[in-house]
Design a protein around this ligand. Structure first.
Ligand code: GLU
Length: 543
């Protein structure tokens, strides 16, 4: 077979040669050791938390080494593409302060010299490499087509067997140039396939940065490189792009391990050196039955990065949580450096846990609570308002109109040495402080306490004094003892039967009357912000 001739037949109009392309993508001029990483999502939906986890690693490796982190949108499967998905991805990265060093905003701008950064705009490039492989006898056209219901491949295979051709490789490998010319004349669509040298039975050793050396089955499949619409498959496109764009380390999900041998074979066929590969563990979640399964697009709201934005999580809290999942040293570092930014955590993206991490929202909430507790009321206000403007417009005018009051509410148990750690997302603030905006709709009071509760409230109408915290508390103590409650806890513990309860119980009743809850931030602060009239009004609603 004259492969040169075949290549020319299949690709008569290629505008670019491989030599021309290679010139357009010179080696990057980076200092020694600088790493180039990329995030290469397919725009088929929202941005998955697992993808963002990879971005943390990508960015870390590039930044630490003085290299480049770029975004490449792998949009060659037009059937699966979701309009707007690439915008969601870029916006998510921006929200987290992860704007890549190189990227493309469709129709707006291209940042970087190694674009286009959308694969669908690189068609000529893939075609040039496909032509080269055909010319070198490493790839061939395949005219088999899956049609609805009927599988041409099967039919053709049967015919070949009838002719005594039994090799278990793609049947189109054996077409003569005359047959191919015939098909081309009939304008039969064709794909380009790799002429695999493997047999699919042998084991080969492959290397992964996290998992070390792995022994897996070599590729034996004549895999599709270009589909009949001339769009490349992932296997082909990523090899070419990572080569031209100078990727030194590929960070991608461990679901790619089974096809890794194919990717290696394609790199070899193209004479490309293999970059380093980090196959990141999938993030798991504990299920109700106690089992663990990977976090799923279909059932887990947290799989979609927009969930965290809508709920009003602090971007830094999520980064911190995922960094913690990636590297277990983070927790100790955080303990020793409570005030440092997560960016300062000296972690190495090449050295992350290879075990599947388990996503635990409670842990994320704790990290977030800790972070938000350190903010001033003003910072909380700004962030709450920004969140409301994006996701909860109904509340914006209210927040803006009553800024001074909202600030006071946000400052309850804040801006002090040991601030309260309660708020973990902005969407919870107004509900959490609902009692600061309207009277409680329900009261957390036990049936057995009801009579005592009412007695305390009736009495408090006479004792209420909010002039300062000591005066306030003394008046409560005075009332408590007049009603038969202990004001000294030691004494109460020794002779419980002598008292109706202790002063803490009295405070609990007042707290329930004002907030509806047994537990709340500082009651004095709450009462003084509400003011005497409102507190009395609330008590009057009950007794
Ligand atoms: N486009 C592939 C995906 O979304 C990317 C895999 C890779 O990073 O190479 O799964």
């Amino acid at each position: 077979m004259d492969n040169e001739k075949l290549a020319q037949l299949l690709f008569p109009n290629n505008r670019l040669t491989v030599e021309e392309i290679e010139k357009k993508y010179p080696q990057r001029n980076l200092k020694k050791g600088a790493e180039v990483t990329r995030f290469a999502p397919s725009p088929t939906g929202f941005m998955h938390i697992g993808g963002f986890f990879q971005c943390i690693i990508d960015r870390n490796i590039a930044k630490r080494s003085g290299g480049v982190f770029y975004l490449r949108v792998e949009d060659t499967d037009k059937k699966r593409e979701l309009i707007g998905a690439s915008t969601i991805i870029l916006e998510t990265l921006k929200r987290y302060g992860y704007l890549p060093d190189e990227y493309e905003e469709k129709g707006v701008k291209v940042v970087g010299n190694y674009g286009p950064y959308f694969q669908s705009e690189r068609e000529e490039i893939y075609k040039a490499y496909a032509k080269k492989l055909v010319a070198e006898g490493k790839a061939f056209p395949c005219f088999c087509r899956k049609t609805d219901g009927l599988n041409d491949v099967k039919e053709k295979r049967e015919k070949m067997f009838a002719l005594g051709i039994t090799e278990d490789k793609d049947v189109c490998r054996n077409l003569t140039i005359e047959q191919i010319e015939e098909y081309l004349k009939d304008e039969k669509p064709f794909a380009i396939k790799l002429k695999s040298a493997g047999n699919g039975q042998n084991k080969i050793k492959v290397h992964d940065v996290l998992k070390g050396e792995l022994e897996i089955q070599e590729n034996g499949e004549d895999a599709v490189l270009l589909k009949s619409d001339f769009m490349p498959t992932y296997a082909f496109a990523h090899a070419i792009d990572d080569h031209l764009m100078g990727t030194t380390t590929v960070v991608r999900g461990e679901e790619w391990i089974p096809s890794y041998p194919l990717h290696i074979e394609i790199h070899n066929a193209l004479n490309f050196p293999l970059p380093k590969y980090i196959h990141t563990p999938l993030i798991n979640k504990i299920r109700e039955n106690g089992g663990k399964t990977k976090i799923s697009k279909r059932i887990d709201a947290e799989a979609d990065m927009r969930f965290f934005a809508k709920e009003g999580y602090e971007p830094k809290a999520l980064i911190e949580y995922l960094t913690n999942l990636a590297n277990s040293n983070f927790e100790i570092w955080r303990k020793n450096n409570p005030l440092l930014d997560v960016e300062e955590f000296p972690f190495d993206g090449f050295n992350i846990t290879a075990n599947r991490p388990v996503f635990d929202i409670v842990k994320l909430n704790d990290i977030s609570k800790d972070m938000i507790s350190k903010y001033t009321a003003e910072t909380c206000y700004e962030k709450l308002l920004a969140w409301a403007k994006e996701f909860f417009m109904e509340n914006v005018s209210y927040l803006e109109k009553d800024k001074e009051y909202v600030l006071k509410v946000l400052n309850i148990d804040r801006e002090k040495e040991k601030p309260r750690k309660d708020i973990y997302k902005w969407s919870m603030v107004l509900d959490y402080f609902d009692y600061m905006f309207s009277a409680p709709k329900a009261y957390q009071i036990d049936e057995v306490d009801k009579k005592k509760f009412e007695e305390v409230l009736r009495s408090y109408k006479k004792y209420i004094d909010l002039s300062d915290k000591d005066v306030w508390f003394n008046s409560i103590k005075e009332m408590a003892s007049s009603l038969g409650y202990a004001t000294d806890n030691k004494e109460y513990k020794l002779n419980k039967e002598k008292f109706k309860g202790n002063v803490a119980k009295v405070c609990e009743f007042l707290r329930v009357a004002v907030t509806g809850h047994k537990d709340s931030p500082d009651l004095y602060e709450i009462m003084s912000i509400l003011g005497k009239d409102k507190v009395l009004e609330r008590i009057s609603l009950i007794v």
